[in-house]
Design a protein around this ligand. Structure first.
Ligand SMILES: NC(=O)c1ccc[n+]([C@@H]2O[C@H](COP(=O)([O-])OP(=O)(O)OC[C@H]3O[C@@H](n4cnc5c(N)ncnc54)[C@H](OP(=O)(O)O)[C@@H]3O)[C@@H](O)[C@H]2O)c1
Length: 389
């Protein structure tokens, strides 16, 4: 197999790269990498392997310098003779930010970049499979408290909580404009958080939100909401199993916990509660308090006994003590809002296709495997994460 992988320096792409590199049936992996030079791109790839001391075979792994927002990317790839024999593409790169600030770039990378790749993919004589890493979140916010199946998306009338999921939906829709059905494989992971192995997770994406909730201690969340979360090792293993599966019957697969292995906020925070001694207990409060909490971070108003936050004033005092000033809380609240909205949907994503068409079993629920990432949660810089994600 001659593979072309995007997103190799990221959370999922990095894991896919390391695992695919170990397979004898994979001859070459060309990786699209953003860098100033080929040498710099090699260093970025080497870092991916060095994280857990995996072997970087420079004969097998070949970086290709490129940028998805470049309007000439498709032509550049087409003109590159090294890439003529590529028969499998895994497109895992994306701008995954939930923040409105990055909306323009999210569209340029996730829609424009996919368009460029497909333009090139269409010219490949030996192309067998184009694997598009989408997201289960493309179903939008209409589905609440239910198990969502693959066939419910993409739906152009879906209401999206953020540009990110909209752009991933449009990216997925583009596939059919360029490639025949039999060459398309769409994998839609749910929420990928941490690693179920006892080592440093490849990225703090999503774990950042957990680290922030861990410091806030009080949040507007239904403790019984269902959350579909999987660890990175499960996500990567499932995608690779699907790619090589002889039993694949569908074009689209959820890579998810499904209802049976989903978790709840209560279970996750229960797993965390004894790990940070000296901090206040976790407290779930009604969603109706969120606007007042946001207002409080804005103007630091006095909370008298008429204010619904009055009964929670010990937490407000803890916040002032812990975070120093309200501006920091405002930044955190702003960044957390999409996550709160998402948790509120209480969606799980049906994984019966994945379980039927591969040898993959259901994942370990997040409240169980999270114990392996807990020691890293304390070292996450939550303010940096709030600005970046
Ligand atoms: N993490 C999740 O919970 C989750 C859930 C569902 C689906 N997904 C999907 O899984 C895929 C991987 O996500 P992730 O969590 O691994 O994201 P990530 O850690 O943010 O990695 C994103 C990757 O995309 C690359 N990239 C971003 N903009 C680019 C550009 N303009 N040109 C070239 N490369 C660019 C990044 O390169 P740099 O290193 O140069 O920035 C990085 O390698 C995405 O398609 C995402 O939509 C993720």
């Amino acid at each position: 197999m001659n593979l072309f992988l995007t997103g190799a320096t990221g959370f999922l792409g990095g894991e896919l790269l390391v695992e695919l590199a170990k397979r004898p049936d994979v001859e070459r992996i060309f990786c699209l990498v953003r860098a100033q030079s080929i040498e710099a791109s090699r260093m970025r790839i080497a870092k991916v392997f060095n994280l857990h001391d995996d072997l970087f075979d420079s004969q097998k792994i070949i970086p290709i310098v490129g940028e998805l927002t470049d309007d000439h990317l498709g032509d550049q790839l087409t003109a590159n003779p090294q890439l003529r024999n590529v028969n499998t593409i895994i497109h895992a790169a994306a701008n995954t930010s939930f923040s409105k600030v990055y909306d323009d770039n999210v569209e340029r990378v996730n829609i424009g970049g996919t368009h460029q790749l497909l333009k090139w993919a269409k010219t490949l004589e030996h192309l067998e499979t184009f694997t598009y890493v989408g997201t289960a979140a493309i179903c939008g916010s209409t589905f609440k408290e239910c198990s969502v199946t693959e066939d419910l998306s993409p739906d152009l009338t879906a209401i999206h909580l953020m540009k990110y999921s909209y752009s991933k939906m449009i990216g997925e829709l583009l596939l059919r404009d360029y490639l025949p059905e039999h060459k398309i494989l769409v994998v839609r992971p749910s929420i990928i958080m941490g690693d179920s192995r006892p080592w440093v997770p490849r990225s703090c994406v999503i774990l950042w939100a957990l680290a922030t909730f861990n410091q806030l201690r009080m949040f507007t969340m239904n403790p019984q909401s269902s959350i579909d979360i999987i660890p990175i090792d499960y996500a990567s293993h499932s995608i690779i199993e699907l790619l090589f599966s002889q039993k694949r019957k569908h074009r689209v697969y959820h890579i998810s916990s499904g209802r049976s292995s989903a978790t709840t906020p209560e279970q996750v925070f229960d797993a965390l509660k004894d790990c940070f001694p000296g901090m206040p207990d976790f407290k779930f409060v009604s969603k109706s308090l969120w606007p007042t909490m946001k207002k409080w971070t804005k103007n630091g108003m006095v909370v008298d006994h008429h204010n619904p936050l009055y009964e929670h004033r010990d937490y407000l005092e803890y916040w002032i003590d812990h975070f120093g000033d309200n501006m920091k809380l405002r930044i955190l609240f702003h960044a957390l809002e999409p996550y709160l909205n998402f948790i509120d949907l209480s969606q799980t994503f049906d994984n019966s296709r994945l379980l039927a068409d591969t040898n993959v079993q259901s994942p370990v629920p997040a409240h169980i495997y999270i114990s392996n990432s807990i020691k890293h949660i304390g070292s996450i810089n939550i303010f940096e994460g709030a600005l970046d994600y």
